[in-house]
Design a protein around this ligand. Sequence first.
Ligand code: ADP
Ligand SMILES: N[C@@H](CCOP(=O)(O)O)C(=O)O
Length: 354
Amino acid sequence: MTVKQFQVKVPASSANIGPGFDVLGIGLQLYLTITVTIDPSKDTSSDPHNVKLTYEGDLEHKVPLSSDKNLVTSTALYILRANGITSFPKGTFIHVNNPIPLGRGLGSSASAIVGGIMLGNEIGEFKFSKNRLLDYCLLIERHPDNIAAAMLGGFVGSYLNELSPEDDDHINVPLEYVLPKDSTPKDKYLSIPPPQEIGEYVQYNWNHQVKCITIIPNFEVSTDDARGVLPPNYTRKDIVYNLQRLAVLTTALTQEKVNHNLIYQAMKDKIHQPYRAGLIPGLTKVLSSLTPDSHPGLCGICLSGAGPTILCLATSNFDSIAESVIDIFKAAGVECSWKLLDLAYDGAVVEQQN
Ligand SMILES: Nc1ncnc2c1ncn2[C@@H]1O[C@H](COP(=O)(O)OP(=O)(O)O)[C@@H](O)[C@H]1O
Ligand SMILES: N[C@@H](CCOP(=O)(O)O)C(=O)O
């Protein structure tokens, strides 16, 4: 019997980049890897869907290893089921290595979902395009910014299409209709493919001198909670403030000569960061204290995704910028680690190993 082996690699991501709430994202060179071995001669029947799953990474004790509860495998089961396959093949061994910290605003859930969808696509041999796979991902994580950056890589802008009322109902079904909590799916949406072309995506250029300093506080903020503190409506003044900056930022980050002050101003936001400050001690001070004048080399500073990680874009002085943010958090009682990361320009990939 043939043993099949492959690996799925998905980058972390930082969403929003200041004013681009639910719109902008960048892939980061920090990779979730899912290593798969299918050996039909081995017994994996103790799992409801034939998977022996192991996990190493941040908060290992919190990550479930049953295939219908784990985010990577339950996502893979969704795309398999939607295409007529109800289980992994007998003898499926999956090892997940995840250096992306959970619940910190570096897109761990998006990477797990993109990885799960790529995994199911490979297991089922569906050969769907990345655009079609994005439709599946968006039934699970419904803001496209991290998902698009993790799948496509680079610096990505996205929007959701206006769908027919029927498709709109489909993409808004409760999440348990897509990822059932037990192994006996009942709802009609559990076993049908998502609508076509839920979103549109564009990859911008990026000036390669601009690097990403990520300062990672040692506590979690769930994205759901951080979305829950946002208001339902905004003033025209605040919306225009963000739109003006968004329009400038997407080009400013591509220009050959880096204009630190322009990027700095264009990364300010009034739509999400001010409301999330209550969840992240020290955030307001961090965002207002560092400037390109006080910290030469700094291009801009913002919350990474829903936080609590801070993203500083910079061309030099990475250590001193990171240390200044760490000191402000420390004064607010928060310990941090930090990483200097480059953009992941290539997005998610499947690598065959035999
Ligand atoms: N590789 C993974 N395997 C299993 N579950 C994961 C994985 N990555 C993320 N998750 C789940 O997603 C949650 C974090 O998602 P979220 O609150 O959106 O934060 P973020 O995406 O910013 O890290 C984790 O607490 C965990 O439940
Ligand atoms: N646009 C979303 C992005 C969430 O990113 P995550 O990395 O925190 O999951 C938001 O700001 O809510």
